[in-house]
Design a protein. Structure first.
Length: 183
């Protein structure tokens, strides 16, 4: 029978993880307090937060939402990187993976170790979750797609204008030639 503390923690996990299944899981052990504070500061700039979780309760909460195969993500110490409350972050797992990669480059550490992630309801293994740092966000994809859609039209309009400007240049040259007395 769960005690009152576990019930309270589980209800908080349900509140924070309910509906939105876009998180990155890391192994939080191995960094000093100062390093963790610096890492949390980098996360804060992206409106993300690091939440060390009780693995069994977090796993049960996520399984109750229909996720399967998440047991390996919660072996040992686990922390979730998720959006801050009341923050609007698109592509949380991608943004978190980018922050982890930037932190590793800046600090020279291989920690925190990426354990996996959950994105769009799919469970990601450590390799997939780490590779997210190289992916564009949805907004970046939309921007690239829009550029590719508009590019042919811009090229076509440029070519249409170019032909008219050549003709205008030829006419102007002919007029100048006639005005100067040449044939």
């Amino acid at each position: 029978m769960p005690n009152i503390v576990n019930k309270s923690i589980a209800s908080e996990y349900e509140r924070r993880l309910g509906g939105e299944l876009d998180v990155l899981l890391v192994q939080p052990i191995g960094l000093s307090v100062e390093e963790v504070n610096e890492f949390r500061g980098m996360l804060d700039k992206e409106h993300l937060s690091l939440c060390v979780v009780k693995g069994s309760l977090a796993r049960r909460t996520l399984e109750s939402q229909g996720l399967a195969g998440i047991e390996p993500l919660f072996e040992g110490s686990s922390a979730l990187i998720m959006r801050q409350e009341d923050a609007d972050v698109e592509g949380v797992a991608i943004a978190a993976a980018r922050v982890v990669e930037a932190w590793r480059k800046q600090s020279g550490h291989e920690l925190p170790a990426v354990k996996g992630g959950i994105m769009d309801g799919e469970v990601l293994d450590p390799a997939q979750a780490t590779a997210l740092a190289k992916l564009p966000t949805k907004a970046e994809l939309h921007s690239k797609l829009l550029g590719q859609i508009l590019s042919p039209g811009a090229t076509l309009s440029g070519q249409l204008v170019a032909g008219g400007s050549r003709l205008a240049g030829a006419i102007k040259g002919h007029i100048e030639k006639l005005e100067s007395g040449g044939e």
